[in-house]
Design a protein around this ligand. Sequence first.
Ligand SMILES: Nc1ncnc2c1ncn2[C@@H]1O[C@H](COP(=O)(O)OP(=O)(O)OP(=O)(O)O)[C@@H](O)[C@H]1O
Ligand SMILES: [Mg+2]
Length: 515
Amino acid sequence: MTDTDRAVPMLQMEGITKRFPGVLANDSVDLTVLPGQVHTLLGENGAGKSTLMKVLYGLYRPDEGTIRLDGEPVSITSPSDAINRGIGMIHQHFMLVPTLTVAENVALGLGGRAGLSDMRPVRQRLAEVSERYGLHVNPDAYIWQLAVGERQRAEILKALYRDARLLVLDEPTAVLTPPEVEELFVTLRQMTADDKGLVFISHKLHEVMELSDEITVLRDGRVSGQTRPSESTRESLAELMVGRPVELTRNVAATERGEQRLAITGLNVIGDRGNTAVKNFDLAVHSGEIVGLAGVSGNGQRELADAIFGLRPIRSGQIAIDGEPVTAPTPRSVRQRGVAYVPEERMVEGAIGDFTVAENLLLVDYHQPPYTRRGLLNRSAISSWCNRLVENYRVKTPDIETPTKNLSGGNIQKVVIAREFTCDAEVLVVAQPTRGVDIGAAEYIHERLLEQREAGAAILLISEDLDEVIQLSDRVVVVLEGQIMGEVDRADATPRSIGLLMSGVRDGEASASAD
Ligand SMILES: Nc1ncnc2c1ncn2[C@@H]1O[C@H](COP(=O)(O)OP(=O)(O)OP(=O)(O)O)[C@@H](O)[C@H]1O
Ligand SMILES: [Mg+2]
């Protein structure tokens, strides 16, 4: 017996079953977490990972099964009950109140003494916790002002502030850049050193291999395997998840690029904090090419994409499509010019949670024939089109009338992608297309993206996933502080060449510093 065999599990989930109308989300699932351990939950989109964790966090009642904490059976009735029992959860979609500050969000719900009136003790302890775990974030910043990475640090701070011993992190790295992931891992290792138990969810297999002590793989709600990094490879994990071998790398043939479709000249865009987020930006994207825009998040990518799509005003400069300037762009006018947009924040800009899957699939086209004729909705055309998209893009949903918010995170992403890739756009602005998407679906989305390129679309691919950018892009443009740092052709695009540019080192300097 080793030491870990003898430790009392802090968490035992036994035979957990959870049903939703038409869906068996968890089917007799077992999960054990020891103190000081990272237990990873792996599985395709819709496999039941978030559901299992929501059962643990008191958001859902299980239909069957037992939860034990430190060996004792418990019934967790609500998130505040879970928090009181030392369980914290960082959700896949953030839960902080945007109009409050970091410190206020932490204090919120603590009640009594630590209400919003006297923030001094809150700030004091917050400073201690953030120091201990290396979670640096300005306590007085409003959540809406924060970049995603900072928002996440605030979420983790909030959980630690409440003395979470068992922390669930539902795809925390999906929204982070590689350096931010490294920082997060330092924080997580400090937590396990303090004997906290972690449940970690990620679709990125190299992270899973790096961080996990134990790995439980779910497929269709059931445990399909249990393993450890030392006994696995990325390929074996992918196969356990998907149930078939998966192509983890891809070679893309060069193609002839066509005419210039999207031209951006001298563009300046103001960011949320009043800063110039995009500075004197020049970029052209041609028919039949994928231009990758790489960079650490918060360097103007989102503002650029929003500006192209008319969601954010332009300070100065010009955006032209097929040689014609776009004046006073609005999402609708830009769309009419043949531009499609997959935004970074699928739940804010991409899809409407309360709408059905069908409604979200038709957000763009509903007012046009064949879906509307003489002002009337054509139900059969709608349902056959939507069912086809759901099938082609493998959206896991009971039917097209299901509210979109009931879908798993990756499946919501597939809905947005399906809509935007099938509206015959000539210019595609695609931000983080495979964020939170499982390996099999990412492979599929990449194929569709390349298909759009073959068909002659001009594609601007904004992604923090370097592997994705390098595999797919014909050339990679690296952005830093709203400006172009450099451009690298497909043949020269390597994690190193791009990573250096991302961190602000230009070509000549790179070779000098390598000596
Ligand atoms: N509130 C709900 N109502 C109805 N169905 C739901 C609800 N929540 C989840 N489901 C369904 O349960 C299944 C499991 O979803 P879950 O969110 O647990 O998947 P996941 O493994 O977290 O996937 P992802 O990697 O995409 O986040 C899915 O088919 C989903 O549509
Ligand atoms: Mg999930």
